[in-house]
Design a protein around this ligand. Structure first.
Ligand code: BGC
Ligand code: CA
Length: 217
C-alpha cells in the first residue's frame, strides 16, 4: 500500500506545482462593461484576479515585505479592455518628475501576441498614477485610448482602467500578451520598488518576449 501511495503522492505534488505555476502565466478577462468610476461594480465579482507581487530584485531599495503590490481583474467588450487594480501601498507619493517613478500602475499589451523583443506598432504601455494621472509609451500608445478613475483606500488605492483597442478583435478565445507592474515610491522621492505579475526584470516597456498571456473568456 505505502509502496503504491508514495509515487501517487509525487504525481499529485507535480500536478499541483504545475497548476500553481501556470496561474502566473495566464490571466483571464470576462465579458462585461464596467462604469469607469473607481467603484467596484458587482460585475467585477466574477472576474478572476491575478497578483502583482514579484519584486525586481536588482532595483529593490526597501524591504521586499514593504513593497506596493496589487490584485488585478479584467473585463472586455467589443472595443475595450478593462482592468481593476486594488493596490496595497502604505505611503503614497507622486514626488518624482518621472511618471514611472511615482506610485502608479502599468499595463503593457502585445495586442497581436507576437512576443517580439522590441515594440511593434500595436504594442503599448499604459500607466496611471494613484492620483489618476495618465501616461504611456510605445509605438502603439495613443493617449486617447486610455481612460481611468482612481480612489484612495485605507490600504492604498484603486485604479479602474479602460483601454480602447481598435486593431485587435476582442472576442472569446482571443489571446493577447500582457504584463502588469506596480511602481512604488516608498519614501525617497524616486522609485524604491517595482512589483510585477510575470517577468522579474525591468524590460517590459521595450521587449514583449517575456509577457504572460491574457485570455478572453
Ligand atoms: C520602466 C522604466 C522605464 C519606463 C519607460 C517603466 O515601466 O520601469 O524603467 O524607463 O517604463 O516608459
Ligand atoms: Ca508608495
Amino acid at each position: 500500500m505505502t509502496r503504491l501511495l508514495f509515487p501517487l503522492l509525487l504525481v499529485a505534488a507535480a500536478i499541483s506545482v504545475e497548476a500553481a505555476e501556470s496561474k502566473t502565466d495566464v490571466a483571464q478577462a470576462i465579458q462585461g462593461t464596467p462604469e469607469i468610476d473607481g467603484k467596484i461594480d458587482d460585475a467585477w465579482k466574477k472576474a478572476p484576479a491575478v497578483h502583482v507581487n514579484k519584486p525586481i530584485t536588482d532595483l529593490l531599495a526597501i524591504d521586499p515585505k514593504e513593497i506596493a503590490t496589487a490584485a488585478v481583474q479584467f473585463m472586455y467588450d467589443d472595443e475595450h479592455l478593462y482592468a481593476l487594480w486594488i493596490v496595497k501601498d502604505s505611503a503614497l507619493s507622486a514626488d518624482s518628475s518621472d511618471d514611472w517613478a511615482q506610485d502608479s500602475v502599468e499595463l503593457v499589451l502585445d495586442k497581436n501576441h507576437q512576443g517580439s523583443t522590441f515594440y511593434e506598432d500595436e504594442d503599448a504601455q499604459y500607466r496611471v498614477n494613484f492620483e489618476g494621472k495618465l501616461s504611456g509609451q510605445g509605438a502603439g500608445y495613443d493617449a486617447g485610448d486610455l481612460k481611468a478613475a482612481t480612489v484612495k483606500t485605507d490600504i492604498g488605492y484603486i485604479v479602474e482602467m479602460a483601454i480602447r483597442i481598435d486593431n485587435t478583435e476582442l472576442k472569446t478565445g482571443a489571446k493577447l500578451g500582457l504584463e502588469l507592474q506596480v511602481n512604488d515610491d516608498h519614501d525617497s522621492g524616486s522609485r524604491d520598488a517595482i512589483a510585477k505579475w510575470h517577468h522579474t526584470e525591468d524590460d517590459s516597456w521595450e521587449d514583449t518576449s517575456n509577457f504572460g498571456t491574457l485570455e478572453l473568456k
